[in-house]
Design a protein around this ligand. Sequence first.
Ligand code: ZN
Length: 203
Amino acid sequence: MKIFCVGRNYSEHAKELNNEIPDAPVLFCKPETALLKNNEPFFLPDFSNDVHHELELVIRICRNGKRIEPRFAHKYYDHITVGIDFTARDLQQKQKEKGLPWEISKAFDGSAPLGILIPLNQLKRKENIHFHMLKNGKLVQEGETAEMLFNFDQIISYISTFFTLKTGDLIYTGTPSGVGKVLIGDKLEAFLEGQKLLHTEVK
Ligand code: ZN
C-alpha cells in the first residue's frame, strides 16, 4: 500500500508559506509506518521543535491503474475522509534551503493520521466538499474542494503517469491555509461535511 501526498494544492496555503503556485501537482510519498488509525494519539517527535498540522481530504483508490486519463479517473476512487499531514516545518525549511528531499520532515512515523473512510456515494453533495478542523475546540483550518488547484481526477491522472496505482492506496490531497504548530496536550478534531471522522491528541 502506498501513500501519496500533494503539496501546495490550495493557493492561500502556498502563499502563507511563500511558495509559488505550481503548474503541476507537487508530489511526495509517505511509508505505511506514517499511518495513524483509530484515533490513536500522535507523539511529538524529538527531532523537531515546530511540528505543524495540515488538514487534508484523503481519497482511497479502488482499482489498479496506470496512465489514467482525467476523464476516467473518477472510477478509480470510491472512499473519502479527512487526514492530517503532520510536518516538521523546521526540518522541512532546512531541507528546502539545501535543495534536499523533504521525506524526513514529512514521512516520519505517525505523520499521517487517517479518519474513518466514507463511501463517496454516501455524501449528499460531491461537487464541493467542505472540511474543517478544530484545535482544542477552536476552528483552525477549513476548506472545500472548489478551492483546489488540482482536483481529484487531475491528481490521480498525474500520479498514475509515474506510479501504478493499486487498490488501497491513499492520496492526501493538500492542505488549505491555517496550518499551525501543535503542542503536547492539543486535541485535534477533523470533520467532513460537518461529520467528525478523526480526532487525535498530541502527546
Ligand atoms: Zn500536506
